[in-house]
Design a protein around this ligand. Structure first.
Ligand code: CU
Length: 511
């Protein structure tokens, strides 16, 4: 048996030698689906109010290759209503060929950003203007009257997104976006006032704007980023979570974005030494397991919400994650707000501001499989000892060899590592840019896969990062395929999963 495993390992080692030589360090790109280039198309239009037309568009087909963690490197142009006008509402979705949203634990939108390539972003001018963003929270953006996002007929819209296929099968999906539109020349359009998007992000400007919130960090089971992180994650550099107001105006709408485990995103205004809390976008979890999954909706400002700001005021964002149940890797926290330049709204330093709002939609069917039900997978704590392959574990073809819970052969037994030694993992699937992690989950970690199972909740925490190649800092890829466990793990059986492909489960044993 050992000899055969050695042969397997030699083949894998050749693959990795290739990858290390740079032969296969591909950038993640969107593969055209069977020759059909992705493009955006108008699906239908309908009148929803006098002089307000709803346009439904779909952008696709997007082929999420098996197991891929895709990021589109260049933004792709998308359709928009013709002529000059105002966008007054936007509703995003991710759908399959039947028009339904696929289950989140199979394929999900990590994030998608709608861009206006014809304008500069206000809070990060080297980017095109970010005017909407969404992930599986799918917040519906609605402007209060008489405000809207002004769009010129010559503006070019684009979308930049990261899509995860969490399964080993190819998935084809479309990004769907509904836009409510008021022509500028209509009587309603002539009464409208323009509002400008402000993207305020705890990692503003980073191509992959994420941070980790680890279990046990913070106080009372909650960690606030960046406030609760010592030393400051920004070091001596600019405070990425702040933006200085460049002209007087009034905020008219805001909503937050966060990831599973996130509790809320807070927006404050600073004037001199004073600080005014102006909005908390709460994550409302429908998930019966609590704040642990994408089964959530964010609250958005009420239509009557207005905050007047002066030039020189500072807008500041922070986000809070729960840190009692699990670790939350590669998390986000941001607010998208809209400001009407020149308008004078209530001064938040003189008047009380409503800091809460309502969710924009209810529980989504795509988020309904919570997982964690019994399966036929074994309890690795009860399995006999296994051996390692050339001293380590190979991640290949969506399995951990040896130690994969799905393997009924000897390969399914947890490999043993001597106390004081570390166990080596190497991801050989990465030659095809399939990223995997080795992330601790609480034993036995053998329940069914769903939006809230497994979690990164091992008794002792560890996480390899996303092993594989890509552009570090731009994609989630760690830029390496190797990882070692800590050498000081106490004896016991350790269970783990892949954050990218949560159906992947493995175990090892320290003796
Ligand atoms: Cu994986």
């Amino acid at each position: 048996m050992q000899g055969r495993l050695g042969v397997v390992f030699a083949g894998l080692a050749a693959a990795i030698a290739c990858a290390q030589a740079g032969v296969a360090a591909p950038r993640d790109t969107v593969a055209p689906s069977s020759g059909r280039q992705a493009r955006s198309e108008l699906v239908w239009t309908k009148a929803v109010a006098p002089e307000v037309t709803r346009y439904r568009y779909r952008y696709g087909p997007l082929l999420a290759a098996p197991g891929h963690n895709l990021i589109l490197v260049g933004p792709a142009p998308i359709e928009k209503p013709a002529g000059d006008g105002y966008m007054t509402r936007v509703r995003p979705d991710l759908v399959d060929a039947s028009g339904k949203a696929p289950p989140i634990e199979q394929v999900h939108m990590h994030h998608a950003v709608m861009l206006n390539l014809s304008r500069k972003d206000t809070t990060y001018p080297s980017l095109p203007q970010r005017f909407y963003g969404f992930a599986e929270e799918k917040t519906i953006g609605q402007f209060p009257r008489p405000y809207g996002y002004p769009v010129a007929s010559t503006d070019v819209w684009a979308i930049n997104y990261m899509l995860h296929n969490e399964t080993p099968e190819p998935k084809v999906v479309w990004i769907q976006y509904d836009v409510d539109w008021v022509p500028a020349s209509s009587p309603t359009g002539r009464r409208m006032k323009p509002a400008r998007p402000l993207w305020i992000d705890v990692q503003n400007g980073k191509a992959y704007p994420v941070f980790d919130a680890l279990r046990g960090e913070g106080r009372g089971g909650e960690m606030t980023y960046p406030d609760g992180v010592v030393p400051s994650p920004y070091g001596r550099g600019p405070k990425l979570n702040q933006w200085k107001v460049d002209r007087p105006g009034t905020l008219v709408a805001a909503a937050g974005h966060l990831h599973p485990g996130g509790l809320h995103v807070d927006l404050s205004a600073l004037r001199g030494r004073r600080s005014a809390h102006i909005f908390r976008s709460n994550a409302h979890y429908f998930d019966p397991n609590g704040p642990v999954s994408w089964d959530l909706a964010m609250t958005k400002t009420p239509l009557s919400w207005r905050v007047g700001l002066r030039k020189g005021d500072v807008l500041r964002v922070s986000t809070t994650y729960e840190t009692r149940r699990a670790s939350w890797y590669e998390s986000m926290g941001l607010v998208l707000a809209y400001i009407a330049d020149g308008d004078t709204g209530p001064d938040p330093f003189k008047h009380r501001v409503y800091t809460t709002g309502a969710i924009t939609h209810g529980h989504l069917a795509a988020a309904n499989n919570h997982g964690g039900r019994p399966t036929s997978l074994p309890d690795p704590r009860k399995a006999p000892d296994g051996g390692t392959i050339a001293g380590g574990v190979a991640v290949a073809d969506f399995t951990y060899l040896p130690g994969d819970l799905s393997s009924s052969s000897v390969l399914g037994r947890p490999p043993v590592v001597a106390r004081g030694s570390s166990l080596h993992f190497a991801n050989y699937d990465s030659a095809g840019s399939i990223l995997h992690t080795v992330t601790a989950c609480r034993a036995p970690c053998n329940g069914s896969t769903g939006v809230s199972y497994p979690l990164a909740n091992g008794r002792i925490q560890f996480d390899s990062g996303q092993l594989g190649y890509g552009v570090p800092g731009y994609t989630p890829a760690a830029g390496r395929i190797n990882w070692r466990t800590a050498g000081d793990l106490p004896p016991g059986t350790y269970t783990y999963f892949c954050r990218v492909h949560p159906f992947m489960r493995g175990a090892f044993r320290v003796k």
